[in-house]
Design a protein around this ligand. Structure first.
Ligand SMILES: NC(=O)c1ccc[n+]([C@@H]2O[C@H](COP(=O)([O-])OP(=O)(O)OC[C@H]3O[C@@H](n4cnc5c(N)ncnc54)[C@H](OP(=O)(O)O)[C@@H]3O)[C@@H](O)[C@H]2O)c1
Length: 349
């Protein structure tokens, strides 16, 4: 590198430019409300219908967010005239909800994690491909403008040969949160750990070795886990996730020429810094924000992809979602964590 180092600019355009789709939402919960507010404020996408297991809950959500149609079952929503269904149910219902939508001829955007294991992720991918329908995991981080810049930095080789990725995510939850419920595939791995794992596996690929340590929570779910991984070429990754309290939610990508540290929480809108050994620092500035400021980017990217006839988005290809779940499976295999409806053989080895 010369002394004229600079960061590329983000190629993510205004979310209002994306051609509108008619969206239906399955599951009127916390993230469904955040998604609706962000999409309605920042895009021309139409949240046309909401589906709940209860017509009352569906009507309350529709009334609050100005949504035209409210259904009292997911089946009715799937059969309605929406273009795409955003699956926002708890993790262990993503698979059946996504298949229901695909089998009704609807494209799908499935909240993270796309399923509870590799087999479910691969099942959604193959059902969508077989039907010629769009599918993606709503890993919203990768659709943020900063991630487009990070991807360009990595692709340009600005960090040199990549050697290491550190990433972690911890948060505090009220004891009533579903993260403490074993019946809802609770524990931090699928809610929080999926972010560091998605980052690590999208940058370094699938590890050839992995060692995990985990500790149980009194509720019966896993309380925290850490994993170290090695990849081809001697590269390594370290991750932690836990449900006790907030952490910086930091992520650093190290290379032979420079390192890149994403401001925490790395999964949300914000900046990052590239640091070179000679003291040079290149800072990318992006307003710090939360779900309201960030979720619309994924909806806009999905709408653009579908308008162009694509069945996937480059920001989060289905193969990467499958790979993330394979690594989550490998961690769980070492820790003996089994989710509802799984037999030990369901998980990849
Ligand atoms: N992208 C992000 O930043 C982000 C943030 C939070 C959560 N998420 C993901 O979004 C998903 C939903 O999380 P959330 O926090 O929104 O959950 P939540 O508030 O509990 O809402 C989940 C919704 O799913 C429906 N549901 C269907 N079957 C259910 C069951 N057996 N038990 C409970 N609810 C059931 C419920 O609606 P009805 O019963 O009315 O149908 C409920 O409103 C999770 O997979 C999570 O990982 C993503």
């Amino acid at each position: 590198m010369t002394g004229e180092r600079s960061l590329p600019v983000s190629r993510v355009s205004d979310s209002r430019d994306a051609p509108p789709l008619r969206w239906g939402i399955m599951g009127p919960g916390w993230i469904a409300a955040r998604f609706t507010e962000s999409v309605q404020a920042h895009t021309r996408q139409v949240i046309a219908a909401i589906g709940s297991r209860s017509l009352d809950r569906s009507e309350v959500f529709a009334g609050k967010h100005g949504i035209a149609e409210a259904f009292g079952s997911y089946e009715e929503l799937a059969a309605s005239d929406v273009d795409i269904i955003y699956v926002a149910t708890p993790h262990n219902f993503h698979y059946e909800a996504a298949l229901m939508a695909l089998d009704a001829g609807k494209h799908v955007l499935v909240e993270k994690p796309i399923g509870i294991n590799r087999e479910q992720a691969a099942g959604i991918a193959s059902r969508a491909a077989g039907a010629g329908l769009f599918a993606a995991e709503a890993m919203w981080t990768f659709f943020l403008p900063k991630f487009d810049v990070i991807r360009q930095v990595l692709d340009a080789g600005m960090l040199g040969e990549l050697t290491t990725v550190f990433a972690e995510y911890g948060e505090h939850f009220d004891r009533s949160h579903r993260i403490f419920d074993p019946a809802l595939a609770g524990g931090p791995l699928l809610d929080l750990g999926t972010y560091p794992l998605a980052l690590i596996t999208s940058i370094l690929g699938e590890p050839d070795r992995l060692m995990a340590l985990g500790e149980p929570h009194e509720s019966g779910v896993n309380a925290q886990l850490s994993a170290v991984m090695s990849f081809a070429g001697g590269r390594q990754a370290v991750m932690n996730t836990q449900l006790y309290n907030f952490t910086p939610t930091s992520a650093t990508i190290v290379g032979t020429e420079a390192s890149l540290t994403i401001d925490g929480p790395f999964n949300m809108p914000g900046g990052f810094t590239v640091r070179f050994p000679d003291g040079t620092r290149l800072a990318y500035e992006e307003p710090v924000g939360g779900h309201f400021e960030g979720l619309h980017f994924e909806a806009a990217a999905v709408a653009r992809a579908i308008a162009e006839g694509q069945l996937e988005v480059p920001q989060r290809p289905l193969a990467e979602s499958v790979r993330t779940m394979a690594v989550a499976d490998a961690i769980r295999n070492q820790l003996g964590i089994v989710f509802p409806g799984e037999s030990p053989s369901t998980r990849s080895r």
